[in-house]
Each structure stands twice: as structure tokens, then as C-alpha cells.
Design a protein around this ligand. Structure first.
Ligand SMILES: [Zn+2]
Length: 302
């Protein structure tokens, strides 16, 4: 069963919700927690990304807003050399590592780490949408996901109204899907629900969800600098505006241990110098058949 059709997805989402709710009630009745009950829902055709989720903590559906977009966060005047330093909110979670002494080597870090020059000229202040994406990242960790969240706003080009938004987080562990990063997941949800693959120009007559103006567009707030896959996904979705908070260097610190920076470095090298994937180019007689067919066929360019 597919969730490609947004109408179909809606029905299944509700069904998934009811299934999850029923499982939760059953789990609670036998002394388990709602989360355990949801985790043990038997696999089936419903276990696809857009509705295999815990509705208590994840929003696959758009959330209506209907208020004007406050505009872009204002540019900051950078401090010399290492840029703007955000004041820390003091959030220092309790240690649940075992043994607890392990937390001594992963102290809370208090400001974004920036290599000289990398973010020069793009530093802006925060806004509620950026804080929402960062909250979503924390919620993700609290629920077994990776520490990443994303919010996509759909903004009406005529009225500047945020029509609706999607907030989502990393589902790599829960879905066993290495591509289920927060940004990709949010893009999938927005595109499927809107019934479009271009979030840069959403036309009223093409969109499956209502909008006032003739066109609208999306912007994305990501709790952390997108990895190359997500950056490319944002690019392919034609989202013209990205704002992120944590840097690739924050993601790489001891205890966080994500290799976004390593992947950015890898992509900057020639193939022969890359170490992550041994890649080869091979020519075969039919290697251009698909492109030639594409060139000479009626199609919807993307
Ligand atoms: Zn990513």
C-alpha cells in the first residue's frame, strides 16, 4: 500500500493513529507504556514512513497557522574572527549514560562552534521558527530519534501569510531508514500532502491543499546545518531559503559524533582521492538510452 496519494495518506494517517491509539490502550491495559505498545505494533503495509509514527510526538500532517510571516531573522554583526556567539540557555540535561562518569568526557557545550569564515556573512538572529526546529530536535532525542528537527513554512506570495507548516524530526532509528533525516522527512511530508515536488513555486491550481494567492513558496528552518544529502534535497525541492542553527562542527563534537563535516570534505575531493565509497565510472552500450528517451519524450521537467 502506498502513501503517494495525499488523500490516501490522510486516510491511512488517521487509521495509523487509531491503530496506534488502540495498541497504546492495549499496552496500558497489560501494564506496558504507550510507547512500548506503539513500538510493538506488528509490521504491516502501514509501516511506511508517512504514517508509521507516534502521533503523540510527531506531526506528519501540516499544522495550520494563518498569520503573517514575521520576515527573515535580522542579520547579525559578527564578532571578529569566529563570528557571533549566542548566549547559552543553560540547558544541561541529567546524565543517563552508564556508567555515569562517562558524562564527564561529554560536557554540555555552550555555544555554536564555527570555523573561521565558514558562516561569514550569513549569521542572523533567531526567531520562533528557529526555536521550534531546535525544540523538535530535542523532542526527537527524547523519543529515540537523532538530534535533528526541521520546520517547513508554506508562505503565500500575495498575502505573506504562513498558511501552514510542517515540523518533523529525524526518524532514522525508528524507521530503519538512513535517509529519514529531519529535513528529508519534512520535505516528503510537505510534498506528499501538497501533491507537488516543487516547494519553490506552489501554484494554487496544482496544490492539493488550499491557498489564497496564485502562488506560494516554502522556507525551511533546520535545527542543524544540513548534511550534503539534505542540502541536496532542499535544492531539489527548490526551497529558496534555508536557516539553520547548530553547525556541522557542533554535530562533530565528541559524544555527538555525526560525520557531516567529513562528508562535506569528502565531496570536495576528486573521486580518486575519496575514501568513503570506492566509486567507478563504467560505460556500457545502453548507458545513454534513458537520457535519449527522456530528451525525445513528453515529460514534466523537474
Ligand atoms: Zn541530513
Amino acid at each position: 500500500m502506498s502513501c503517494d496519494n495525499p488523500d490516501h495518506r490522510h486516510r491511512l494517517s488517521r487509521k495509523g493513529f487509531l491503530r496506534g491509539f488502540a495498541a497504546a490502550v492495549a499496552g496500558l491495559a497489560t501494564g506496558g507504556t504507550a510507547r512500548q505498545a506503539l513500538a510493538t505494533t506488528p509490521p504491516g503495509p502501514e509501516k511506511e514512513f508517512c504514517y508509521a509514527y507516534d502521533p503523540a510526538v510527531t506531526h506528519m500532517e501540516a499544522l495550520p497557522w494563518g498569520k503573517p510571516y514575521e520576515g527573515e531573522p535580522a542579520a547579525l554583526k559578527p564578532h571578529a574572527l569566529f563570528g557571533y556567539t549566542q548566549e547559552w540557555n543553560g540547558f544541561e540535561p541529567a546524565c543517563t549514560l552508564e556508567p555515569a562518569e562517562a558524562c564527564r568526557s561529554v560536557p554540555a557545550h555552550a555555544h555554536n562552534i564555527k570555523a573561521a569564515g565558514v558562516y561569514e556573512g550569513i549569521e542572523v538572529g533567531g526567531n520562533p521558527w528557529m526555536r521550534m526546529a531546535s525544540d523538535e530536535a530535542r523532542i526527537s532525542v527524547e523519543n529515540g530519534g537523532g538530534p535533528f528537527g526541521a520546520v517547513i513554512l508554506q508562505i503565500d506570495d500575495e498575502t505573506n501569510e504562513v498558511i501552514r507548516y510542517w515540523r518533523n524530526h529525524n526518524h532514522v532509528p525508528s524507521w530503519k531508514d538512513p535517509t529519514a533525516h529531519a529535513e528529508v522527512t519534512a520535505i516528503r511530508c510537505a510534498c506528499r500532502q501538497l501533491g507537488v515536488f516543487d516547494l519553490g513555486t506552489i501554484r494554487k491550481e496544482e496544490a492539493a491543499l488550499p491557498q489564497t494567492g496564485a502562488t506560494s513558496h516554502c522556507v525551511i528552518y533546520s535545527s542543524a546545518e544540513p548534511c550534503p544529502m539534505c542540502y541536496a534535497a532542499i535544492y531539489w525541492a527548490r526551497i529558496p531559503r534555508l536557516v539553520f542553527a547548530a553547525t556541522r562542527y557542533d554535530a562533530a563534537v565528541q559524544g555527538v559524533d555525526f560525520s557531516d563535516e567529513a562528508l562535506y570534505l569528502e565531496l570536495s575531493k576528486a573521486y580518486r582521492d575519496r575514501t568513503g565509497i570506492r566509486s567507478s565510472q563504467a560505460s556500457v552500450p545502453n548507458s545513454l538510452d534513458a537520457f535519449n528517451l527522456w530528451k525525445r519524450s513528453k515529460k514534466k521537467q523537474y
